[in-house]
Design a protein around this ligand. Structure first.
Ligand code: PLP
Ligand code: COI
Length: 348
C-alpha cells in the first residue's frame, strides 16, 4: 500500500499508476491497453472537444474488513453508460468489457486502495469520448473508453456526515424538460459550472435544482440525488430529468428492508418545510446531510425567499445515519451483502 495520508484526502485527483483504455474503430473495440501515460494525444477536431460527445461514470473500490477488495455494482454503471452513449448515438462498451476494464484498473492501481478504517476509497472514473476528427455536427463514429482511478476522501473534504448548507437558484436549470438530465453526459455538468461557482462563492456546499418545466418541483443536486425523511418514509423525486442514481436505488432497497416506506414522486419545494432529514446521495457524496436550504429566485441576488432548516444543524439525522452505516458496511464487508452488490477483485 502506498504511503499516503489517507485521512487528508479530498475528492480530488491523485496521480496513480495506470489508466486502462480501449479504442472503437470500424465497428469493434480493441483489446484493453494498460498505459502509464495519462496525457493521451487526441486530434483537436475530435467531437469530444467541440460538441460534447462524452459521457462518464463513477464507482468505488474498497478494502474490506476481511482484506478482500470489493468493487461496488459495476454492472449498474456499465448499463447506465450504455444509456448515456445511446443518447449521444455513440458506440459503447459491452457490460463485460466495462467490468473487465474496471477490474484491470483496480488491479493496476491496487496500491492506492485505502485501508479499511479510513473514510477514503479508490474512485474509478470511466469515460467514453468521441475521438474522430470532424467539423460538422454529428455523432462520433470512433471512440475512446478509458478508466482512470484515484484514491478519494469524502466529497465534502473531512466533513463526512457533518451537515452543509444548500441553495436553490430558480434562474438556472440543470437539464431541459425533454433534455439530457436522465443520462450522465459531460454537457449536464458544463451547464452547472457557473451556478455552482455562484453558490460556492456564497458559502453553500450544494446547489439544488428544480424542474425546468414548472420551476417548482425538486429535482436533484448538481452532484447527486436528493432524498428526505418524513414520518418514517424515504422520499425521493421521480423525474425523467433526474439522473437515476445507483446509490439512491441501493438506499431505497436498504430503507425498505429497515421498515421504512419508500416514495418516489413529485416533491414541491414548499414540502421542504415538512422534512425531518434531508440529504444528498451518490457515489462521490455517499450520504451528505443538508442542514438548510435557501430558496432563491435569483442566485446572484442576496434575497432569500424561504429558509428551510432540518435537524439540529450539526448532526446527520438518525435514520439517514443508519442508512449510511448500512451502505458503507456492505461496501466494506462489515455487513452481509445479501443483495450481491459487490464483486471481488483479486489483487496481488
Ligand atoms: N446525480 C448526479 C447529477 C450525479 O452526478 C451523480 C453521480 O454520479 C448522482 C446523481 C449519483 O449517482 P450514483 O449514485 O450512481 O453515483
Ligand atoms: C459521482 O458521484 O461519481 C459523480 O460522478 C459525481 C461527480 C460529478 C462529483
Amino acid at each position: 500500500m502506498k504511503n499516503i495520508d489517507w485521512g487528508s484526502l479530498k475528492f480530488a485527483y491523485t496521480k496513480t499508476d495506470a489508466v486502462i483504455y480501449s479504442l472503437y474503430k470500424d465497428g469493434k473495440w480493441s483489446s484493453p491497453i494498460v498505459s502509464e501515460d495519462f496525457n493521451l494525444p487526441l486530434n483537436c477536431y475530435a467531437g469530444v472537444y467541440h460538441y460534447g460527445s462524452s459521457c462518464f461514470e463513477g464507482l468505488k473500490a474498497f478494502r474490506g474488513v476481511d482484506g478482500k477488495i470489493r468493487l461496488f455494482r459495476p454492472d449498474q454503471n456499465a448499463k447506465r453508460m450504455q444509456t448515456s452513449a445511446k443518447f449521444l448515438d455513440m458506440a459503447y462498451p459491452s457490460e463485460e468489457l466495462f467490468i473487465q476494464m474496471c477490474i484491470m484498473s483496480v488491479q493496476a492501481n491496487s496500491e492506492y486502495i485505502p485501508p479499511v478504517d479510513s473514510s477514503a476509497s479508490l474512485y474509478l472514473r470511466p469515460l467514453l469520448m468521441g475521438i474522430n476528427p470532424q467539423l460538422g455536427i454529428r455523432s462520433s463514429d470512433e471512440a475512446m473508453f478509458i478508466i482512470m482511478a484515484s484514491p478519494v476522501g469524502t466529497y465534502s473534504g473531512d466533513l463526512s456526515l457533518v451537515p452543509g448548507k444548500a441553495v436553490i437558484g430558480r434562474n438556472y436549470d440543470r437539464a431541459a424538460h425533454q433534455g439530457s438530465g436522465g443520462v450522465k453526459i459531460g454537457a449536464n455538468y458544463a451547464q452547472s459550472l457557473h451556478p455552482y461557482n455562484l453558490a460556492h462563492n456564497q458559502g453553500y456546499r450544494e446547489l439544488l435544482f428544480v424542474d425546468s418545466k414548472t420551476n417548482s418541483m425538486i429535482e436533484e443536486f448538481g452532484s447527486s440525488n436528493f432524498f428526505a425523511i418524513k414520518n418514517n418514509t424515504y422520499i425521493t423525486p421521480s423525474s425523467p430529468s433526474v439522473l437515476p442514481s445507483i446509490t439512491n436505488a441501493c438506499l431505497r432497497t436498504v430503507a425498505e428492508d429497515m421498515g421504512l416506506k419508500v416514495e418516489r414522486r413529485d416533491i414541491p419545494v414548499e414540502e421542504l418545510a415538512e422534512f425531518e432529514e434531508v440529504n444528498s446521495c451518490g457515489t462521490a457524496v455517499v450520504i451528505t446531510p443538508i442542514c438548510s436550504i435557501d430558496d432563491k429566485q435569483i442566485l446572484e441576488n442576496p434575497e432569500v425567499q424561504h429558509h428551510y432548516t432540518f435537524g439540529d444543524g450539526t448532526h446527520c439525522g438518525p435514520i439517514s445515519e443508519k442508512l449510511y452505516n448500512q451502505i458503507i458496511g456492505i461496501q466494506k464487508g462489515k455487513i452481509e451483502d445479501k443483495y450481491g452488490w459487490n464483486i471481488f477483485v483479486d489483487c496481488k
